[in-house]
Design a binder for this molecule. Structure first.
Ligand SMILES: Cc1cc2nc3c(=O)[nH]c(=O)nc-3n(C[C@H](O)[C@H](O)[C@H](O)COP(=O)(O)O)c2cc1C
Length: 192
């Protein structure tokens, strides 16, 4: 299966330590011939951290995707009626956004995009990166795993000794995960 010409929404939330690796995946997807539509959560747009400044990340993402990012709820909403995305990926997806998505909360551009896209019964792929995956958010991840049209990039514990509840997606499996999700399938094994 080729990804040439596919329209893919790439939604960034505030897991800043994952940005470098996630941005590298944007380059891979562009090389595959995808049309990328970047979307940034409000926190992704404004938090400057030791990993970099928000505006620099936004510029880099927009440059690679060759498109201005969707940065508001009102500009994310047309993804629903327009129905133009083949797939939406939340990468990286924070514990905060996982919890909200699992509970039907739609208060950021990323969550609005997810709600709008799911309305069209198209695949949503989640690439998690959160210190509370096996803690407060375990139940929410389980809920989303059991939800129609939602798929996960395989993930595992990244630092079981220091951060026993932390789990992170294996981004080297992003493209195989996309191919499965487009066929309505969860790539397996999902925990690795
Ligand atoms: C430097 C820094 C790194 C962070 N890394 C993560 C992370 O890897 N995973 C996570 O779930 N939250 C992380 N957070 C917390 C989120 O940014 C915070 O929960 C935020 O409200 C997320 O909002 P969003 O999901 O709308 O983007 C981090 C925060 C900061 C300041």
């Amino acid at each position: 299966m080729t990804l040439q010409g596919l329209k893919i929404g790439i939604a960034f939330t505030g897991s800043f330590c994952t940005y470098k690796a996630a941005i590298k995946e944007l380059e891979h997807l562009m090389k595959e011939g995808c049309q990328l539509y970047p979307i940034l959560s409000f926190q992704a747009q404004k938090i400057n951290s030791r990993f970099g400044d928000a505006c620099d990340f936004q510029k880099e993402i927009e440059t690679i995707c060759e498109r201005a990012a969707i940065t508001s709820i009102e500009t994310a909403e047309p993804i629903g009626p327009g129905g133009f995305l083949d797939l939406l990926i939340i990468m990286p997806c924070t514990g905060n956004s996982i919890a909200k998505l699992a509970n039907g909360i739609t208060d950021s551009p990323v969550l609005m995009a997810a709600k709008a896209h799911l309305r069209n019964e198209k695949p949503l792929l989640i690439s998690i990166s959160t210190n509370d995956a096996l803690g407060m958010n375990f139940k929410n991840i389980g809920l989303l795993m059991n939800t129609k049209h939602i798929f996960f990039v395989p993930f595992g514990q990244d630092a079981p000794d220091k951060k026993p509840n932390s789990m992170i997606a294996h981004l080297d499996l992003l493209i195989p995960s996309i191919k499965e999700a487009l066929q309505g399938k969860q790539i397996q094994p999902v925990i690795r």
